[in-house]
Design a protein around this ligand. Structure first.
Ligand SMILES: CC(C)(COP(=O)(O)OP(=O)(O)OC[C@H]1O[C@@H](n2cnc3c(N)ncnc32)[C@H](O)[C@@H]1OP(=O)(O)O)[C@@H](O)C(=O)NCCC(=O)NCCS
Length: 341
């Protein structure tokens, strides 16, 4: 349900980047007791991209994604008002990766900051950007969903190391004259109960780094996957249905669902509960794994050439915290316009 404003915000271009190195299930079989067959049937993941260059980090993934937008739109970075970097894996603690990204791309007139909402980072960040644009105060905002999760994964823990990959994708968000198009609505939720089920135990203010925390391997990702699974299904299915109902839409009106890519089984159950056929579900989990804040924008980036002006699209996610929710878009341009640019 759109609030009563005269300016709409819409995504006007996507850019994306994944690093070159492919970490296959076969390679993981050499690190932990697992198998290609188990990983494929339990998660749908075939391989993930890993940033191997130790001199590079999250900001480099983001910058590569944003540079594609600058190229495609022939955009002067000085025109950008704001860079929102949605990430759980900033380059460093106690400094702002979004500010660094804005500086590195030459967005000299922009303010940049980080947005922390785990796998919901992109959809929460997109809604924030849309609200800024609708206020009339800002004209061009970059939202980049990016994570360099491989740096926080314990490659001796088979419960987590099979799941995650690195990547980043960015959206340019601008005012849209046609107020029927753009970012139409969002339903968002959170529940802090979830923090016990997904976290990095040490390195935050609750438990700063010490020799003991390093020895206990507490600087790596922890997840009780089985417990999270059922909350993820329930949260993603219910928020997709909620955003459709609130906007008087049925599944027949929806062109695409873009679910967070944590597990293909979760995605299939959500699609079934929502009543959407898998042909309308965007997927990249088989080749990229779970890239946290990047899964949804990476899908939009890859499917961009197939998107048509006027398509209703639901972005839906569930992540650490817990955080979950769905955003409804009415796509603002024919994605094929960018083919070959
Ligand atoms: C993590 C996840 C893939 C595990 O799949 P699962 O089907 O739940 O598997 P389980 O944890 O029940 O484990 C089943 C068995 O496989 C084993 N197993 C776990 N990981 C394994 C692996 N990589 N290879 C082989 N066996 C494995 C377990 O030890 C267990 O063995 P047991 O029955 O002898 O104890 C799945 O729970 C998941 O995707 N969870 C949600 C992730 C999510 O939504 N995150 C939110 C956003 S990031």
């Amino acid at each position: 349900m759109k609030p009563n404003h005269t300016i709409n915000a819409a995504i006007t271009c996507m850019g994306g980047f994944v690093p070159e190195y492919r970490l296959t299930n076969q390679e993981l079989e050499g690190y932990v007791q697992t198998s290609d067959e188990w990983i494929r049937t339990r998660t749908g993941i075939g391989e993930r991209r890993i940033l191997k260059d130790e001199t590079k980090a999250t900001s480099d993934l983001a910058i590569a994604a944003i540079n594609e937008i600058l190229r495609k739109k022939n955009l002067d970075p000085k025109e950008i008002d704001c860079v929102i970097c949605s990430t759980m894996t900033p380059d460093m603690q106690l400094t702002v990766t979004g500010a660094y990204i804005a500086w590195k791309i030459g967005a000299d007139n922009a303010w940049g900051y980080d947005f922390t909402a785990a796998c919901c980072g992109f959809i929460y960040g997109l809604t924030t950007a849309a609200t800024y644009i609708e206020s009339g105060r800002f004209k061009k905002i970059i939202v980049v969903g990016v994570d360099n999760m491989s740096r926080f994964v314990d490659y001796t823990d088979r419960n987590t190391c099979i799941l995650f990959g690195d990547g980043g994708a960015a959206a340019l968000v601008e005012p849209c004259d046609d107020t029927s198009l753009g970012v139409l609505d969002s339903v968002f939720h959170s529940n802090g109960f979830g923090r016990q089920l997904m976290n990095q135990k040490a390195g935050g203010s609750l438990k700063p780094a010490s020799h003991a925390t390093v020895d206990a391997r507490e600087h790596y990702a922890f997840m009780d996957g089985k417990a999270v699974f059922k909350y993820a299904v329930e949260g993603m299915a219910s928020s997709s249905l909620e955003v459709m109902k609130k906007n008087n839409l049925t599944v027949n009106d929806i062109a695409w669902i873009v679910p967070h890519q944590a597990n293909l089984r979760i995605i299939e159950v959500v699609a079934k509960e929502v009543g959407v056929p898998m042909e309308k579900v965007m997927l990249n989990i088989e080749k990229f794994g779970n890239t946290i804040a990047a899964t949804i924008p990476l899908c939009l980036w890859e499917y961009e050439p197939r998107l048509k002006k006027g398509d209703y699209i639901i972005l839906v996610s569930f992540g650490g915290g817990f955080t979950w929710g769905a955003t409804l878009l009415k796509w603002g341009y024919d994605g094929s316009d960018f083919i070959g640019k």
